[in-house]
Write a protein of this length. Structure first.
Lengths: 113, 113
């Protein structure tokens, strides 16, 4: 059974700092890995999806990497802004049929002005 | 497209009452998911539909929970009778095909008193 872990649970950084959010998974037989952002009281917004055959994906100030062999993914945020404050969740797609999204508990990011 | 649309956004009901949550997936998406989010357990998959057919309902916690997808543009999640421990945020998500990028609705916050 796939398990996804995100450490730390919370992170506070000053504005302008580059930061890395971590995600680890136990079953390397994933189909893809997706990063989401969740604002308080809101739904999940898809940020990046990395296929298992890819090493990284970039979107603006965001860069996500995937290392299946070590069971890790990272989300790099460049030049953080207060508007980046949110909870970031990663989810691995795996299992028979590859439809099951298994989520981590998320990292709550606070960017301090 | 307006994205995945869920209604209602908030629902407060008394224990024992029937609750129906509704979801309109993104047009053209053939995969639909219902998830439940709680502080303790995070996001958990309840049921997955592909082309309107339930494929995996192993995450449905009890027989009190049921879900239907009568057509490609509408799905419901019903709880009857509701209990206080059902209080959570329920999300609907859809994707173009299985294991492609998943898009989430804004969620329904259910409170059972």
């Amino acid at each position: 059974k796939q398990e996804v872990t995100q450490i730390p649970a919370a992170l506070s950084v000053p504005e302008g700092e580059n930061l890395v959010l971590n995600c680890s998974f136990t079953d390397s037989a994933i189909y893809n890995l997706q990063w989401f952002r969740q604002d308080p009281g809101k739904g999940l917004t898809s940020l990046l999806l990395i296929q298992s055959s890819q090493r990284e994906q970039t979107s603006g100030r965001l860069n996500a990497s995937l290392d299946k062999s070590s069971g890790r993914s990272t989300l790099y945020i460049a030049a953080s802004q207060p508007g980046d404050s949110a909870t970031y969740l990663c989810a691995a797609t795996s299992g028979a049929g590859s439809y099951q999204l298994t989520f981590g508990k998320g990292t709550k990011l606070s960017v301090i002005p | 497209d307006a994205g995945v649309i869920q209604s209602p956004r908030h629902e407060v009901t008394e224990m024992g009452q029937e609750v129906t949550l509704r979801c309109k997936p993104i047009s053209g998406h053939n995969s639909l998911f219902w998830y439940r989010q709680t502080m303790m357990r995070g996001l958990e998959l309840l049921i997955y539909f592909n082309n309107n057919v339930p494929i995996d309902d192993s995450g449905m916690p009890e027989d009190r929970f049921s879900a239907k997808m009568p057509n490609a543009s509408f799905s419901t999640l019903k709880i009857q009778p509701s209990e206080p421990r059902d209080s959570a945020v329920y999300f609907c998500a859809s994707s173009l095909q299985v294991n492609t990028e998943a898009f989430f609705g804004q969620g329904t916050r259910l409170t059972v008193v």
